[in-house]
Design a protein around this ligand. Structure first.
Ligand code: AMP
Ligand code: GLY
Length: 421
């Protein structure tokens, strides 16, 4: 089979790497990919939002399966477009992806179907927002309704701050149209976690757990990022998992069926484990990044079989095999990430790391220039190590990290050593 992966991050590199291993694969293409995807795939210089270009490429090259990484492409309807052209594609269609791309839609969906989430109000003006914030009390959470590059959620401590943030989002349009509507939400206390489950419209297939480290600095301090590292399995207990299956995944399936939403793809809910059990903070309609860089290396069976079964509504027929090895993924980021990452710095040491056993290098913001690899984004490289304990996976990952250098390279030193905020 010929496979096309859409996107350019570490997640897409990990997907391409895993898809390449299938005996069913004859070729893997990544559009646009990065300097690292070239090791396992052919990179194609078409951006993830150029749907016409991607569709032409897939038709011309008789692509058998396209796998979509980023949320924006799903939210803008890449799946619907490929399906209209008769192309097989993995990911939810535009209507289903609204569960990630519109927080108000997701909140109403959860309320309708008894899925636990924070108390909320959907607000179309600053005044409405302020009234709701005051009603819930402080701290309170203000969320731009639409996709905002992971920056659309602000926790505010006072009425003055809420006023300022609501004006910035709704009047100054800090996040553009994503902030026309906001969701104001009760602040929840607890331990953050997430799960990944494939959804074929009628069934789910739970992936092993993984824990992201979202904050920039050690000890979970500093601003939130896309994710500075992950480990798998996470410390979710089996009773937590059971509560997630019963209280979230099963009602989710009943909800999409009763609403007539055809959801086929990955569902990756962000959760807060509270005193009253797991509560959904948000739905993501895609693989997490860096979570996928920690989870996919633990899959010992075929990924194409799983993705096809999801698309074809046959998840009941597949039984993925997972390695018992533990994985730790450490992200190397550019100086200035997440606000203003410096780019264009040469990366050295990658060849030596590629020789290491049970260590994988997934590229994110890298590009090749005159035979050298240069940084080209905020998150540059993810190093995943596999071992029989989290301690040794951590040691292996950090040994490999110490072999890689670029000007301004920053990484957290506590990935995998703390599981709770
Ligand atoms: P979201 O994009 O909705 O997951 O929000 C991003 C981050 O904001 C989450 O990972 C949490 O750290 C935080 N957050 C979101 N909603 C809440 C909430 N209701 N209570 C506390 N923290 C929240
Ligand atoms: N690591 C969090 C995310 O992919 O949204």
């Amino acid at each position: 089979m010929k496979i096309l992966v859409v996107g350019s991050g570490g997640r897409e590199h990990a997907l391409a790497w895993k898809l390449r291993q299938s005996h069913r694969t004859s070729a893997v293409f990544v559009a646009p990919g990065n300097a690292g995807s070239k090791a396992c795939a052919t990179t194609v210089p078409i951006q993830a939002d150029d749907f016409a270009g991607l569709e032409n490429f897939a038709l011309k090259n008789a692509i058998d399966l396209t796998v979509v990484g980023p949320d924006n492409a799903l939210a803008s309807g890449i799946v619907d477009r490929f399906q209209c052209a008769g192309l097989k594609i993995f990911g939810p269609n535009q209507a289903a992806a609204r569960l990630e791309s519109s927080k108000s839609y997701a909140k109403e969906f959860m309320a309708r179907h008894g899925i636990p989430s924070a108390r909320f109000a959907i607000c179309d003006s600053v005044n409405e927002g302020l009234r709701a914030a005051t009603r819930f009390g402080f701290p309170v959470v203000i969320k731009a309704d639409g996709l905002a590059l992971g920056k659309g959620v602000v926790i505010v401590q006072s009425r003055e701050e809420a006023d300022r943030v609501l004006h910035r989002i709704m009047d100054d349009r800090l996040f553009g149209d994503a902030g026309t509507t906001v969701v104001v939400e009760e602040y929840l206390q607890g331990i953050e976690s997430s799960v990944h489950a494939l959804i074929d419209g009628e069934r789910y297939c739970l992936f092993p757990t993984a824990q992201d480290h979202k904050a920039l600095y050690d000890g979970n301090h500093g601003p939130n990022t896309g994710g500075m590292g992950a480990f798998s399995p996470s410390r979710l207990s089996s009773s937590d998992l059971q509560a997630i299956e019963e209280g979230i995944l099963k009602p989710f399936l009943r909800g999409i069926q009763s609403d007539g939403v055809e959801y086929k793809g990955m569902l990756f809910p962000g959760l807060m484990l509270t005193e009253r059990g797991p509560v959904v903070l948000e739905f993501n309609a895609r693989f997490g990044d860096p979570e996928s860089q920690a989870i996919l290396p633990r899959l010992s069976s075929d990924l194409i079989d799983l993705l096809e079964a999801t698309i074809e509504g046959r998840l009941g027929e597949v039984a993925p095999q997972w390695s018992t090895a533990v994985s730790v993924c450490v992200v190397l980021a550019s100086k200035g990430y997440p606000e203003r990452p410096e780019t264009g710095k040469p990366v050295v040491g990658l060849d030596a790391v590629s020789e290491l056993r049970d260590v994988l290098v997934f590229h994110a913001g890298t590009r090749e220039h005159e035979g050298r690899i240069l940084t080209s984004g905020g998150r540059v490289i993810g190093i995943t190590a596999l071992a029989d304990s989290i301690r040794s996976a951590r040691r292996k990952a950090y040994d490999a990290v110490s072999m890689i250098e670029f000007d301004g390279c920053y990484f957290r030193r506590d990935i995998g050593s703390i599981g709770t905020p």
